[in-house]
Design a protein around this ligand. Structure first.
Ligand code: GLU
Length: 431
């Protein structure tokens, strides 16, 4: 039988596993293993050629017991209700693990954004908001950018929401551009958060960051800033990044003998994330197959692209030199691969802890929107570092106390916080 890669079934399986260890009440399990609300809707868009095209949109609100729903909107050709369900559930655990007063939500549109003009993209964003306006907002559910969406799109969405409600409501969306309610540092936040957790893991494993090497899958917003952070915050060397090439319709792993310069690679990346291969080769980069990143002899692997990339097949290729797997992406590791990582004694920083820097800074953005008072970039980074460091050590302690891996420990911390909130609000009784 081939490996199950249905993200929602994996999310439920991970939850069930820990719910069993925590002896959670059957009713509580039933509440938490399903989203509390799901929306599927159609978004008609008048395309540039005059034709009307209809797109499918989703928003899933997994749980809002600790605060309004929170989570990104993905524009992806292979988006399904199940991927959005899984991602919304992971958002609940993500907000809980960093102890921010927000719940879990996620949205999506089935579309390849690279095939849309700027105007079509704007119409699709505004159409998404028109369908969801009654069920989102700063006190209900607050979307943000994710794969295939960006700050500008959040700006359009916030504008549409404000127009429809008749009130300027910057806090309805986060990840907005600085200058229209966005927070300083939000762009870097997820990638830098990954780096703060790697720094703490290195302390634990007694690895000198200045001598450390990393291999990164992806070159989107998370991967790019993780690459910058690994070099500039930790002083280590990034051996390679991988990147989807939309012209060649395949991915490449770009490495450089002196280490990857993420600033340079970004300067030759198109708006859809494709690195200009010719320019990279001319600058001395080597382009290997897209899968090559996972087999590199490095200390740290950072999958920061999509789900299921570390799976039963690819996990076999991981080098014995690897000590840390830092999951920048959501759901990059399948349960089968996870077992293998445990056997290999690779210290895993699980996704919803590792990449929680984005949503943590989204929370800071919402706080700034509420106050209508904005912080300096360094203040954002300092607060982010403090939150991520505290969350990391809370999970590490749970892992040591209970004798479980970091993923199970992160689930334990988060589920406990969510269940406590359910009890405090009177959804369930007992001590
Ligand atoms: N999309 C990001 C995530 O998966 C950020 C979510 C947010 O800022 O709400 O964590």
């Amino acid at each position: 039988m081939s490996e199950n890669t249905n993200a929602f079934q994996i999310a439920q399986q991970q939850f069930d596993h820990v719910a069993g260890q925590l002896n959670l009440d059957a009713g509580v399990r039933e509440v938490l293993r399903w989203p509390s609300r799901e929306f599927t809707f159609r978004i008609p868009v008048r395309m540039d050629d005059g034709a009307l095209q209809v797109f499918t949109g989703f928003r899933v609100q997994h749980n809002d017991v600790r605060g309004p729903g929170k989570g990104g909107i993905r524009f992806a050709a292979n988006e399904t209700l199940d991927t959005v369900r899984a991602l919304s559930m992971w958002m609940t655990w993500k907000c809980a693990v960093v102890d921010i007063p927000l719940g879990g939500g996620k949205g999506g549109v089935v579309v390849d954004p690279s095939k849309l003009s700027v105007g079509e993209k704007e119409q699709l964003c505004r159409g998404w908001v028109r369908q969801m306006v009654k069920n989102i907002g700063p006190r209900q559910d607050i979307p943000a950018p994710d794969v295939g969406t960006n700050a500008q799109m959040m700006g359009w969405m916030m504008d549409e929401y404000s127009k429809l409600t008749g009130e300027f409501t910057p806090g309805a969306f986060t990840g907005k551009p600085v200058g229209s309610g966005g927070s300083q540092g939000r762009t870097e936040a997820t990638g830098f958060g990954v780096i703060y957790t790697i720094r703490e893991a290195m302390k634990q494993l007694k690895i000198d960051p200045k001598k450390a090497t990393a291999s990164i899958q992806g070159f989107g917003n998370v991967a790019r800033h993780a690459a910058i952070g690994f070099t500039e915050i930790l002083g280590g060397r990034v051996v390679c990044v991988s990147c989807w090439d939309r012209n060649d319709k395949k991915s490449y792993t770009y490495s450089h003998k002196d280490g990857v310069d993420a600033h340079f690679l970004f300067s030759i990346t198109d708006p859809y994330g494709t690195i200009d291969k010719e320019k990279a080769l001319a600058a001395g980069y080597v382009a290997e197959d897209g899968d090559a990143w996972i087999a590199k002899d490095v200390d740290v692997l950072i999958p920061a692209a999509l789900e299921n990339q570390v799976n039963a097949d690819t996990v076999q290729k991981i080098s014995k030199t690897v000590k840390i797997l830092a999951e920048g992406a959501n759901g990059p590791t399948t349960p089968e691969a996870d077992e293998h990582l445990k056997e290999m004694k690779i210290f895993t920083v699980p996704d919803f802890l590792c990449n929680a820097g984005g949503v943590t800074t989204s929370y800071f953005e919402g706080v700034q929107n509420d106050m209508n008072f904005y912080w300096a970039k360094q203040e954002v980074f300092d607060r982010l570092d403090a939150r991520m460091t505290e969350a990391f050590h809370g999970v590490l302690k749970m892992s040591q106390d209970k004798g479980v891996g970091m993923r199970d420990a992160a689930y334990m911390v988060s589920i406990q916080r969510v269940v406590d909130a359910m009890r405090l609000r009177g959804w369930i009784h007992g001590s």
